[in-house]
Design a protein around this ligand. Structure first.
Ligand SMILES: Cc1cc2nc3c(=O)[nH]c(=O)nc-3n(C[C@H](O)[C@H](O)[C@H](O)COP(=O)(O)O)c2cc1C
Length: 180
């Protein structure tokens, strides 16, 4: 099989985001791939904007990356026990693009948060939001990094072997599914 195309999506725009760090670890665990980092810095969804100017170019760029993906990994914090506004906004825009974008796309989700549940509630909500988009979210143990500020070293590497093992399992399963 040619080198798989892996799209990474961070639900946090922050440069120092722990979810971005987790995605870098996920890419490493996935192995050789053509990696595209999705840009969710999009205008807020507004029906008037859509009616007057159409779906923004940045959304089409994002949709093209997703359509071309062999595998997708999403890492997002929860905000106030729900999906981040950035993540929801991106999914709302994607749902306005003509034709399937996420349909049957092999996807894994994960989260890193300051709190003690590691964003589990927000991650469940993320998975619910992916249902109408028909993403193929791989089953398996959830990866929820709790107390994220203590779980990465200065190089952005995961410290805890337990988390690393779950991450590796998820990314190996994603690769195996993408190569089938
Ligand atoms: C608006 C907002 C809401 C938050 N809500 C939660 C929450 O519900 N649960 C939690 O564990 N942490 C919450 N946090 C703290 C985040 O877990 C923490 O900022 C984390 O580092 C965000 O992820 P990032 O590092 O990828 O940006 C919240 C932070 C912000 C800014």
């Amino acid at each position: 099989m040619p080198t798989p195309k892996l799209v990474t999506i961070s639900g946090s725009l922050r440069a120092g985001s722990f979810n971005r760090m987790l995605l870098r670890e996920a890419v490493h665990a996935f192995g050789p791939a053509e990696v595209v980092e999705a840009d969710l810095n999009l205008p807020l969804y507004d029906g008037d904007l859509e009616s007057s100017r159409g779906v923004p170019e940045a959304v089409h760029v994002l949709a093209d990356h997703l359509r071309n993906a062999d595998a997708i990994v999403i890492s997002s914090p929860e905000y106030n026990k729900g999906i981040t506004g950035v993540m929801k906004n991106a999914l709302d825009w994607i749902s306005r693009v003509k034709g399937p974008v996420f349909k049957n796309k092999l996807t894994v989700t994960m989260s890193a948060n300051a709190g003690r549940t590691g964003g589990e509630t927000g991650q469940f909500m993320l998975m619910s939001c992916l249902v109408p988009l028909q993403a193929h979210v791989l089953p398996g143990p959830m990866l929820c990094i709790a107390g994220a500020e203590n779980e990465f070293d200065e190089a952005g590497k995961l410290i805890n072997d337990r988390y690393h093992k779950v991450l590796t399992g998820k990314m190996e399963a994603l690769r195996a599914a993408a190569e089938q």
